[in-house]
Design a protein around this ligand. Structure first.
Ligand code: AHR
Length: 864
């Protein structure tokens, strides 16, 4: 890991590399919690903007190409093996210019693995039945200078009954539905040797034709690009179909911009969007949409930044943008399509422009200051394209593209996750120019990845309307930091949480992640005097290509499901009150359950042995292991779960796990509660050090990971989440270490050779949090409450200062028995909202919040 990565990203990366994932554990709690939620109708707080929640779209995880953008052919323009601008290839890595970083001033050291080995990715040549042909990438006679490559097919023999065909696999399959229509278009030229015909077919994965169209040889012209198009109707369904273009004669033929779209796109837009994904997004009723990034807006080099003017017009004129997430975007979902989508879903558009600096976490290369005026003019042009009159230069281009009316562009964000005074000074220059010409446009500064970067904000002071903070947080953070915004200054700009997610220690985004996201949104919603906008990130994940660990909506070529947090976000947008109301929660018991459950030892991709294991409590020895007599009482974890691959035996007086794998073994009947565990441990081979296991807390495994993360650091963990911080630490193979782990209530301390190296107190995570607001459209009080405990919470709801109320209301509940539960393709509606009527409403009534639940209560109640 490189040292300049900020801690949030660093934490995320180490979590990923340690490969840890939550291990489901039954929560061992009984009885219910009791408490009260008191809402004072006479104490209104801040107004809540109706556009508080929006979405953030970025080309990551194939969110656009191979996702929302409905194009079915991958690498349609044969441009995907190009190196990104300004990069060179060095030993299998893309390397940006080694120029000083914009913020640190030091030459960057970042590089990106380049695993493109095929000159025409996603395309293959098929020759059968005695046919012979070759294909090659060509730059002869480009179709367009922006997309110079084409595919040359040189067929020397077409065998009788055989074929010469080029096949495109799409984005992990071309989803084809029986009866549906598909629009095919491509360009072709030949050198006089090809006589046709050419047959285009959608074929199932086994080669069965599902739809075909033959183009007669007469349509082709020597040495001239010609455009061909057809509508194909599929006779069968296959999510993994392919496109085949078959030559009916020998000769040399060039193909370019081979495109296949479903005839049905979202709102029937040409060059449009996949309806199921677009509808999922529209259903969230986003108040705004931020795009195109994220890191994408910055590029891996400043030369590879997105340039909106190059994303307009016919697709063969769009050069594409290299996504920092490691693949080319066609820019098919370009600036115009983004604005159109915003309009189609009723959202305001927030466009992120490049500040003349590439992604700070990658290269931080930048344009010199003398190029800023051109960049600023480019931004003014972008605004004019969106909202300028049709008579203006760029308004005319928009009108010619079929949209004379202005688009709903409301915000411009200048840069993404940059920091420092130098960045703030650039923002100020952009902002002054934008403000002078478009005073109605709100201007945002992007403030680093976590927290607020004062240096940038101070340098841009007085010119910006909005500061965009990003908040990627580990498990339980949202619950533990429910009041985090209280400590923020109220400085004269609005806060926008442009990217937030609970994304570490939560698998691929389980129910406890969604509950923590709910807690975070609740803290946003009760601080709308400061926080005016928020958007979850990332939005979309093609499950065949995951760039980021936790994403909101998962899909493949034909299916889609929303993770629980999708439904949470949708509910929050649907139940947005007009004004916040003062809300207090009291809860009994006040203290959370202590750490309890079996003591154990384990390894992570490592072979190790343990001896002299002793467990003491209150000064008494409760267990002293003796491995000279076998390993009685020890139970290795078996089956298919986490920690189940170890091979354990008692050998030479020690307890040995002899494979370089993940293995856990527990000591039955010996609890870690308030225990002191001492032992000696020695690494035999493998990647890391040792695990000392100390029961569970809140249904999660408590462990001390000694020299984990590829033997680089040690930390206390609950499942894979680090508690109390990690310290740099490594162990040597073959050396014995004295380990001691103290467990006291919810505090854990780890000592190596007598030195305290890790300490963590596990925060309370089983609790009830609530907020409330007044919905002036319906005259209702809206209470949002989460119960993050494994037991129900019986709550007295007190509505103070109520004059009129209905006796029935309704409640919308999301809950699931385990915090580790997730929606999936197989069970997409496992965790979804369920609504029911709520009888017996009075100014004071009792309501039970189920275990692990979000409840939204809507109660007809007014002050007057
Ligand atoms: O959402 C994924 C990435 O997280 C975004 O590109 C970037 O802004 C942030 O670091």
């Amino acid at each position: 890991m490189t040292s300049w990565l900020p801690s949030a990203i660093a934490l995320l990366l180490v979590l990923l590399t340690s490969g840890a994932a939550p291990e489901p554990q039954a929560a061992n709690v009984t009885g219910s919690m009791t408490g009260s939620i008191t809402v004072d109708l006479a104490s209104p707080g801040a107004a809540i903007p109706p556009t508080l929640y929006g979405i953030f779209f970025e080309e990551i995880n194939h969110a656009g190409d191979g996702g929302l953008y409905a194009e079915l052919v991958r690498n349609r323009g044969f441009e995907d093996s190009r190196l990104p601008p300004a990069c060179v290839l060095d030993n299998g890595f893309l390397v940006p210019p080694r120029t000083p970083h914009f913020d640190t001033g030091k030459p960057n050291t970042w590089r990106l693995r380049w695993d493109v080995t095929n000159p025409y990715p996603s395309w293959t040549l098929e020759t059968t039945g005695g046919s012979d042909a070759r294909i090659a990438l060509s730059v002869e006679h480009p179709l367009h200078a922006q997309t110079p490559h084409s595919l040359e097919i040189n067929a020397s023999t077409v065998g009788a009954g055989g074929r010469v065909a080029v096949l495109n696999e799409g984005y992990w399959g071309i989803a084809t539905t029986s009866g549906a229509e598909y629009r095919l278009a491509f360009f072709a030229r030949h050198d006089g040797t090809f006589h046709g015909p050419l047959t285009a077919a959608i074929e199932s994965a086994d080669g069965t034709p599902l739809a075909t169209q033959t183009f007669d040889g007469a349509g082709f012209a020597p040495n001239q690009w010609r455009r061909f198009e057809a509508t194909l109707r599929a006779s069968g369904t296959d999510p993994k179909a392919r496109l085949a273009l078959t030559l009916g004669s020998t000769g040399r033929l060039w193909l370019d911009m081979v495109s296949l779209f479903p005839a049905k796109t979202f709102k029937d837009r040409p060059n449009g969007l996949r309806p199921d994904l677009a509808q999922m997004i529209a259903d969230m009723k986003p108040g705004f949409i931020r795009a195109p990034g994220g890191c994408f807006a910055e590029g891996i080099t400043v030369e590879s930044r997105p340039q909106w003017k190059q994303t307009l017009g016919p697709i063969e004129t769009r050069r594409g943008t290299y996504s920092p997430w490691g693949y080319w975007s066609t820019d098919g979902f370009g600036y115009h399509e983004f604005l159109q989508f915003a309009e189609d879903i009723g959202a305001d558009a927030l466009y992120v422009v490049n500040v003349g600096v590439s992604c700070s976490f990658r290269s931080g290369t930048f344009l010199p200051d003398d190029q800023l005026p051109a960049l600023i003019q480019d931004t003014l042009d972008a605004i004019e394209y969106a909202v300028g009159p049709p008579a203006s230069t760029w308004g005319r281009v928009r009108a010619t593209a079929g949209h004379p009316a202005p688009f709903p562009l409301k915000y411009i964000e200048i840069g993404n996750e940059q920091q420092g005074a130098r960045y703030g000074e650039r923002v100020a220059k952009f902002a002054q120019a934008i403000r002078a010409k478009y005073p109605e446009i709100k201007i945002a500064l992007s403030s680093w990845i976590a927290g607020i970067d004062r240096r940038a904000i101070d340098a841009a002071a007085g010119t910006i309307d909005i500061v965009d903070e990003h908040a990627y947080k580990p498990i339980h953070w949202g619950v533990e930091h429910f009041d985090s915004f209280a400590g923020y200054p109220r400085p004269g700009w609005d806060l926008y949480i442009g990217e937030f997610a609970t994304n570490a220690g939560v698998g691929r985004g389980n129910w406890i992640a969604a509950l923590n996201d709910a807690a975070y949104m609740m803290s946003v919603e009760k601080n709308t005097d400061l926080v005016k906008m928020a958007s979850y990130a990332p939005l979309l994940e093609n499950v065949n290509h995951r760039d980021w660990p936790v994403n909101m909506i998962h899909f493949d070529s034909s299916r889609v499901f929303g993770r629980a947090t999708y439904y949470v976000s949708k509910l929050f947008a649907e139940h947005l009150p007009t004004v916040a109301l003062k809300t207090d929660v009291d809860l009994t018991p006040a203290a959370p359950a202590p750490i309890a459950g079996a003591v154990g030892v384990g390894t992570w991709n490592t072979a190790a042995e343990f001896t002299d294991i002793r467990v003491e409590r209150d000064g008494q020895v409760v267990h002293q292991a003796d491995f000279t007599q076998g390993a009685r009482g020890w139970s290795p974890v078996t089956g298919r779960g986490q920690g189940s691959r170890g091979v354990w035996s008692a050998a030479e007086g020690a307890y040995r796990q002899s494979q370089n794998v993940v293995g856990f073994s527990y000591l039955g009947g010996v609890s870690a509660a308030n225990a002191t565990i001492t032992l000696r441990a020695r690494k035999i081979s493998g990647a890391e050090g040792f695990l000392v296991l100390a029961g569970t807390a809140d249904g999660r495994r408590v462990q001390w990971n000694v020299a984990g993360w590829s033997n680089t650091q040690s930390a206390i963990q609950t499942n894979d989440a680090i508690m109390g911080g990690a310290v740099r630490h490594r162990v040597e193979t073959g050396r014995w270490y004295d380990l001691k782990l103290e467990v006291r209530d919810r505090t854990v301390r780890g000592y190596v050779d007598g030195q305290l190296i890790n300490e963590a107190t596990l925060p309370r995570v089983d609790t009830v949090l609530a907020i409330a607001g007044r919905d002036d459209k319906t005259g209702e009080v809206v209470i949002k409450a989460i119960n993050t405990a494994a037991r129900p919470a019986s709550m007295t709801i007190n509505l103070q200062n109520v004059r009129h109320h209905s006796t029935t209301g309704r409640v919308i509940v999301m809950s699931s028995p385990s915090p580790d539960d997730e929606n999936s393709f197989e069970d997409p509606k496992r965790i979804v909202p369920v609504e029911r009527a709520l009888p017996g409403i009075a100014p004071t009534f009792t309501h039970e919040l189920p275990p692990y639940s979000l409840s939204i209560l809507r109660l007809g109640a007014r002050r007057q």
